[in-house]
Structures are given as structure tokens and as C-alpha cells.
Design a protein around this ligand. Structure first.
Ligand code: SAM
Length: 335
């Protein structure tokens, strides 16, 4: 890993430090981002399986893509789901390869996520499973390696991406497989036609949303949405004495979804403009790409709004196969 990669992470820390200073927040950037992310995911864990439709919709992409690795897997293997959340990726993997999994380790910084994951997976599979949480869990991972490592929708939350990639290098056994699921795709954010049509779709969706029951329930504070999560996160930060006034919802989201580009509607305060295979391969030259899949060519089009949008989505996915808004990549470490 080069000096340049550390520079990218340092630059990101500096941008966030400047923002915190402008809000009068005195705290170490790593600590503050960690606390914000943990609080957000703690509250999100309670609604996660119900609300995260974009992730549950990527299940079919996962299942299809995993066919590409059958020939690379040993008869019996160890599996790590890093940033497991409520267990989405581990569950899909186990439903396909369960009998061959010798040991499954699920790790997340959020203990609330891990306890839902533990309950769900323990009731479904009788493989040897270990559940690790928080900094102490991360510590326990430090002297282990695995034949397969999964992350789903995790990298875009990471402040020190290169620290994670170095860790990944140690976590993967020689010949091991890394599946990086559901990350924002850099190709999409460079494709002006897709951005334009996504903006139109956004206008249409906002109009429909205001007519929905969910909108009314959230307005009446009977049901919580992303705005509710931002408010709960602000309350948590305030009760820990970390802030004196609320951070705007958009910035809470940016502190949590650090590398999800906000470029569709407004300028990006910090973070990568999506992920590319080159980014990972440049950082970890021991990896070879096995497969790259992109989906949702109109961002968030998994919410099937109407048959017209579905037809447009189908057309775009044929025209720009690699430019969907989200992507899944599979890598194999050299022997
Ligand atoms: C969007 S959720 C994805 C969860 C799960 N992988 C899935 O596919 O449903 C992101 C998860 O990453 C976890 N996370 C955030 N930062 C992390 C870090 N530095 N190390 C490990 N997990 C982290 C969060 O607690 C959360 O559970």
C-alpha cells in the first residue's frame, strides 16, 4: 500500500475535521465518526430488515454472482462476514454453501446488529458460528485468516479504507475469495445520461412519496425513517456531550455513509465518488478480479414504481451493463 493511499485517508480526515470545527465540535475525527456511525446503526438495527429494501433486493445479484466462485472454493472452508449487520450476506452464503462451511464468523462494530444476526443465523444453520462485536471483536480477528471474506454495504462507511484493505489482506488466506457487495459504483457517477434520468426518477418518486401513508406516518412521528434515525443519532450525540446543537440530517448521513456520493442532488462534501475495481486492485495487488456486476441503473429503481420505469431500467442495463448505481465485485487472492 502506497504513501498515496494514506494521503487519501488523511485528506478525508482533514475535510471532516474542518467540518466539525465549523460546527464548533471539539473531538477526534475517528472517535466522532465512530460514535455517530455506531449510534446510527444501533437505531437502524431495529428497523433494518424491514426498511433496507435496496439491500434485500440485491439478494438475487448475490446468488447469481456466487455461481462464479464454485470452482475456486475448497471442499470445506472458513467464512467471515465483516460488518455483518443483521446477517444478510452470511445468510445468502450459508443458504447456498452451508454444508461446506466449516466455521462462520460474523463481526460488526454494532452489538445491536450482532445480536439480531446471532438470533437469526443460529436458528437457521447448525454450522459452528462465532459472533464478534465492537473493538474487542476486531482485536480477536487480528490473528485469524479465512478462505472467504464477505462485506456487504460496509466499505462506504469506512473512514480509513486503506486500513481496512490492509486488514483484508491479512484476513484472506492464500487463494481466498473476497466478495465486496453493494457498494456505490464509480462508473454510474461518471455516466451523465444515468444521472440525468435518476434525477427525473427522483422528482417522480418525491411526488409519489408525499401521497403515501408512510409519509403521513413519518410526519406524525408514528413511524421513523432516515430523518428519524438522524434525529435519534443527534439525541445520542448530545447526551454523550459531543454536540451542543443538532447536526443537519444530510451531514449525519454523510458522516455515516462517508463514501456514498451525494453528487446527484448537491455537491459532495467528502468521500470517494463511488468504488471501482481499479481502486481495490491498486490497493491490493495480490488480488485478481473474478467478477464485476452492476445493477440499479436508475438509482434506487429497485422500488418498482411502475412498468414504464421497469422498462427504462431494463433498457439502460443493456446499454450500460457496467454502470449501474450499485455494484458487487468478487476477487481472489493469489496463491
Ligand atoms: C449498511 S449496514 C450493512 C450490514 C450487512 N452487511 C448487510 O448487508 O445488511 C453497514 C454495517 O457496517 C457496520 N460498520 C460500520 N462501520 C464499521 C466498521 N468500521 N467495522 C465493522 N463494521 C462496521 C455497521 O454497524 C452496519 O452494521
Amino acid at each position: 500500500m502506497s504513501y498515496e493511499s494514506n494521503f487519501v485517508d488523511d485528506q478525508l480526515r482533514k475535510l471532516i475535521a474542518d467540518y466539525l470545527e465549523s460546527e464548533g465540535i471539539v473531538a477526534d475525527v475517528g472517535f466522532f465518526v465512530g460514535e455517530t456511525s455506531n449510534l446510527y446503526h444501533k437505531y437502524e438495527s431495529q428497523i433494518y430488515d424491514r426498511k433496507q429494501k435496496s439491500i434485500s433486493n440485491s439478494a438475487k445479484v448475490w446468488k447469481k454472482s456466487l455461481l462464479n466462485i464454485c470452482s475456486h472454493l475448497p471442499d470445506r472452508f472458513s467464512l467471515l462476514d465483516f460488518g455483518c449487520g443483521t446477517g444478510f450476506a452470511a445468510d445468502i452464503f450459508m443458504s447456498i454453501f452451508g454444508r461446506r462451511v466449516e466455521k462462520l464468523v460474523c463481526f460488526d462494530l454494532s452489538s445491536d446488529m450482532v445480536s439480531i444476526c446471532r438470533e437469526k443465523l443460529s436458528s437457521r444453520y447448525d454450522t459452528k458460528m462465532i459472533f464478534l462485536e465492537g473493538e474487542s471483536g476486531l482485536e480477536k480477528l487480528s490473528n485469524q485468516n479465512f478462505d472467504v471474506v464477505l462485506t456487504n454495504a460496509v466499505l462506504h462507511h469506512l473512514l480509513d479504507l486503506h486500513v481496512f484493505l490492509e486488514r483484508l489482506d491479512r484476513l484472506l488466506a492464500p487463494g481466498g475469495i473476497y466478495v465486496m457487495g453493494h457498494e456505490p459504483n464509480a462508473n454510474f457517477y461518471r455516466n451523465k445520461s444515468l444521472i440525468k434520468i435518476t434525477k427525473r426518477f427522483g422528482t417522480y418518486k418525491r411526488f409519489k412519496w408525499r401521497l403515501s401513508l408512510d409519509y403521513v406516518l413519518q410526519k406524525l412521528k408514528i413511524r421513523s425513517g432516515a430523518r428519524g434515525l438522524a434525529q435519534l443519532t443527534n439525541n445520542g450525540l448530545r447526551s454523550r456531550g459531543l454536540i451542543e446543537r443538532d447536526i443537519p440530517e444530510f451531514m449525519i448521513r454523510k458522516l455515516v455513509d462517508i463514501h456514498v456520493p451525494s453528487g446527484i442532488d448537491r455537491p459532495q462534501p467528502w468521500g470517494l465518488n463511488g468504488f471501482s475495481k481499479e481502486f481495490v486492485l491498486d490497493a491490493l495487488q495480490e488480488l485478481d478480479l473474478v467478477c464485476f456486476v452492476s445493477y440499479d441503473h436508475i438509482k434506487d429503481s429497485h422500488v418498482k414504481e411502475s412498468w414504464i420505469w421497469s422498462l427504462v431500467e431494463q433498457h439502460l442495463s443493456k446499454k450500460y451493463p457496467d454502470d449501474g448505481s450499485d455494484c458487487l465485485m468478487i476477487f481472489r487472492k493469489k496463491n
